[in-house]
Write a protein that binds this ligand. Structure first.
Ligand code: BG6
Length: 504
């Protein structure tokens, strides 16, 4: 029989060592909406360590009982909670009140953690999670060091949420400061896109299916389109978003991960460093954008008032906590090139926006057209090129567009889809990204986390764009009405190359 009551009768695959998870920013949105629900679901699936505790740290005075009740509500608001399971799970939740700058608060935290080690059998292993505002990252890390909480008998790791810096200089500085406290191997920089099943499948799809790899290069691929379209607007995050914009919120991190996984070479092994080495190489090979490129190949815009799903919605400048003069972009499209042998001459087009009519994240590989001579000898017949579309979300799956003859006496060609749908094949919904990522961090597997050099390489590329934008500060941005397709300039970017964005 299992010595962990939460695991009894439940299947399990990989169970990390006993540990305490310490969440800084325990009263925040992320803890409520993602972290505690993910931990509860892991416990329900029997995947939590046999002995574990979760300590929420925040400034707001609260008892452990109150924290437990709040967390239960948070989980219930998303999902059904099984009473007996929750009752056992919550016995592992604790609350510790402290200012992040208060040295004595860390001393008391240390005592609490040692007590938990004795009472809960957590063996001195600690996973610290920075779910705070980014300006607290360095403060908390420094305090952990001062209190000696970054070392001890077991292992100590630090999970850092995004945004990881706001530009190259700040990302470097943050890396430097965090590495004074934790070794790089113990730093787990989160990008929740890597926790998505469909994103993890990119590597499997590319390297397990031997038929695609020979085609995955400039000889056969015309271009790649990576799209992340969202219907949502600010959802109460106006203040945060105004400081980051589409570039820092989505493109520099999530979209560059999608691009790296699509473009990387096969890793020498399926180990964290080999995979991350290959992703970094892609980033290094992206051609830096010149000032001219930035003018011609990067489009940014802001949504204005419009209508979505039959509802009138305000423009970005009218959103709460956004300055009416804000120059922050809510839409971004760009063309990048990867200067290596595999991708020479193949443009990668990226687009992302808020308040667009359809929700959808996908990577579309557009193959080159075959020779047109055969079907076109006597009369013009359109032969659409093949395309492979990896749908990251929603309706997760992969579609392959192939040409077929339309039944009938004349020669007409129609593109149809061969479609794999996760829902149809695997039946159940994939686990939330945070479940996988928390599990990996506890188990000490950094494969799905961002390495320090990865984040710096990505910033190096985008720093140039940010600097160029700095010079245009004050100039109003082009607008697109909420619920419409995005700015015309994004279409023009494609048209100039004789291409078009895919319809989502
Ligand atoms: C977050 C961004 O990182 O990702 C949000 O801050 C964005 O602005 C979100 O909406 C998208 O995540 P997902 O998993 O819903 O695609």
């Amino acid at each position: 029989m299992s010595d962990n009551p939460l695991r009894e009768g439940l299947s399990h695959v990989r169970v990390p060592e006993p540990c305490v998870l310490v969440i800084f920013g325990a009263t925040g949105d992320l803890t409520h909406r993602k972290l505690i629900p993910a931990l509860y679901h892991l416990a329900a699936r029997g995947l939590m360590p046999p002995y574990f505790a979760v300590v929420g740290v925040a400034r707001r005075p609260k008892t452990t009982e109150e924290f437990r009740a709040e967390m239960r509500k948070a989980v219930e608001s998303e999902d059904e909670v099984e009473r007996a399971l929750w009752d056992r799970f919550e016995q592992s939740l604790f609350y510790h009140v402290s200012e992040f700058t208060d040295t004595s608060g860390y001393q008391k935290l240390k005592q609490l953690l040692e007590k938990l080690d004795r009472e809960q059998g957590t063996a001195g292993n600690r996973l610290y999670y920075l779910a705070t505002a980014p300006d607290q990252f360095e403060v908390v890390a420094a305090q952990l060091q001062q209190a000696g909480l970054n070392k001890g008998g077991g292992w100590q790791r630090l999970v850092v949420e995004k945004p990881f810096g706001v530009d190259l200089a700040s990302a470097r500085e943050l890396n430097k400061k965090l590495r004074r406290v934790f070794a790089e191997k113990d730093l787990y920089r989160i990008d929740h896109y890597l926790g998505k099943e469909t994103v993890q499948n990119i590597m499997v799809f590319r390297f397990a299916n031997a038929i695609f790899e020979p085609l995955w290069n400039e000889q056969h691929i015309d271009h790649v389109q990576i799209t992340v379209n969202e219907i949502l607007g600010m959802e109460g995050r106006g203040k945060f978003y105004e400081q980051v914009g589409a570039m820092r919120d989505m493109v520099q991190n999530h979209m560059m991960q999608l691009l790296s996984l699509t473009a990387m070479e096969p890793p020498v092994a399926l180990d964290p460093e080999a995979i991350r080495d290959e992703k970094v190489k892609v980033l290094r090979n992206i051609r830096p954008l010149s000032d001219d490129d930035i003018k011609t190949s990067v489009v940014r815009a802001q949504y204005s008032a419009g209508s979505l799903g039959g509802e009138e919605v305000p423009g970005f400048l009218e959103e709460p906590n956004v300055s009416p003069e804000s120059g922050t972009e809510t839409f971004l499209a760009m063309r990048l090139r990867i200067d290596n042998i595999r991708w020479a001459g193949v443009p990668f087009y990226l687009r992302h926006g808020k308040r667009l009519p359809r929700y959808g994240t996908e990577i579309a590989i557009q193959f080159k057209s075959g020779p047109q001579v055969l079907f076109n000898r006597n009369q013009p017949v359109e032969v659409p090129p093949n395309a492979l579309v990896i749908r990251i979300q929603p309706d997760e799956g992969i579609a392959f567009r192939i040409d077929t003859k339309v039944p009938g006496p004349e020669m007409r060609i129609n593109a149809v889809k061969m479609d794999f749908r996760y829902g149809q094949v695997y039946g159940h919904e994939s686990p939330e990204a945070y479940e996988r990522l928390l599990l990996d961090a506890m188990a000490g597997d950094p494969t799905l986390f961002i390495r320090g050099d990865e984040t710096e390489e990505s910033w190096l590329l985008f720093d140039r764009i940010l600097k160029a934008w700095e010079q245009q500060k004050g100039a109003p941005l082009p607008q697109y009405a909420a619920g419409e397709r995005g700015p015309e300039a994004a279409d023009a970017l494609m048209e100039r190359d004789g291409r078009a964005w895919r319809r989502i």
